[in-house]
Design a protein around this ligand. Sequence first.
Ligand SMILES: CC(C)(COP(=O)(O)OP(=O)(O)OC[C@H]1O[C@@H](n2cnc3c(N)ncnc32)[C@H](O)[C@@H]1OP(=O)(O)O)[C@@H](O)C(=O)NCCC(=O)NCCS
Length: 405
Amino acid sequence: MDQAVALASEVGIEGLTIGALAARLGLSKSGLFAHFGSRESLQLATLKRAQDLFHARVFRPALAAQRGLPRLRALFQNWFEWLDRSPRPGGCVILAATYEFDHRPGPIRDLLLKSQKELRGGIAKAVRMAIDAGHLAAETDPWQLTFELFGIVLAAHHERHMLDDLRAGERGAKAFERLISTCRRQPALTADPKAGDPGFQHDRSLNGKPGFPPLPDRYPAELTASASLGLNHSITIRPIRPEDADLTSEFAANLSVETRYNRFLGGGFALTPEWLRRLTCIDFSRDMALIATVTFGEEETQIGVARYAMLEDGASCEFAVTVADQWHGCGIGEMLMRHLIAPARKAGLKTMIGDVLATNVAMLGLARKLGFAVSAHPEGAELKRVTLDLAAGKEQPSRRETATA
Ligand SMILES: CC(C)(COP(=O)(O)OP(=O)(O)OC[C@H]1O[C@@H](n2cnc3c(N)ncnc32)[C@H](O)[C@@H]1OP(=O)(O)O)[C@@H](O)C(=O)NCCC(=O)NCCS
């Protein structure tokens, strides 16, 4: 049967005949015919064998991974490896057969349809588990994500076998991560991947709109602080609130191209209302977002933000910090980070990490000053990974804050 699968990969299920398989195996055609009874039975048996192989190499090993996102990721990693490393010249027999038989009624199409539906169901189930485990946002639509993930597999298969791209599996894995990052429960630390344009307009339709969600039960009001930093303005640091959508939108709209580039690691972003909601409606039991504001007359203006999101392991978190351009160098970034590190430590998190462009001298300087270790990044020399051992020490207020206290 393995030889039948290999032959089908070369000639397609339609080209698979008892005669061709007999010739390949050096067996008598009549003997094979007696075994299968018909060409169609051979084709069906071959597809079933291909499905068994797929399950044994892709689905079953993924079950060993932790439920939730790790399992979903393992499933797709196995799948990309299966596509990449397949010794079969024509690639996946099943995928090829779905093209051959997509409009041809009969037992082969019925078998393919059933197995494809089961496969989609299996992926959707893995997605649902990732939602239940809190790894993906509750509003993630399992069927939509299944559709998009399957699209990545199709693209990788096509690139590998039609264009002979040996990095198709690697590209597929990257696309997987990018897509998943849009569905993470707290994706506020990454750029909005739906947006390609780094510039955007402040969405004034959000101004003064009623109906923002209420403050979360666990809103940590005790983290609110004020400082003067020796400046003429009093600066307030406080956990972000749903009704800060306008402040946040205005703040982001005024960032320079360079600041946006540094913050989003070269990626683009656009503040859609949905994205804005994610930035401002925080589940403080796992994540944190602190904004720094100044008030001129009646008007409060946001001048910085620092946030962390707990990672899957529940013991570490990823941070990001941004200060409005005209406030750079005034101590705001340092103050925000110190105020962010304290609750992370209190929440029992062990490590805080961040990805920083290797050219981002200011952030690397700030990270070093705060005691972060700076190391090479697994994704390449363009990035640095900064890591703070939260268990190691207690955060002191910044010198500037102490001086003005
Ligand atoms: C990185 C950033 C947050 C720093 O904020 P900031 O308010 O300007 O920094 P601070 O004034 O608090 O500086 C604190 C320390 O950071 C370091 N630092 C800040 N700017 C620096 C620069 N241009 N060069 C070298 N070190 C710098 C210094 O160690 C400084 O301490 P010092 O004043 O005692 O020398 C700010 O530049 C920014 O918003 N950059 C764009 C967004 C970004 O890159 N985010 C990081 C990605 S996660």
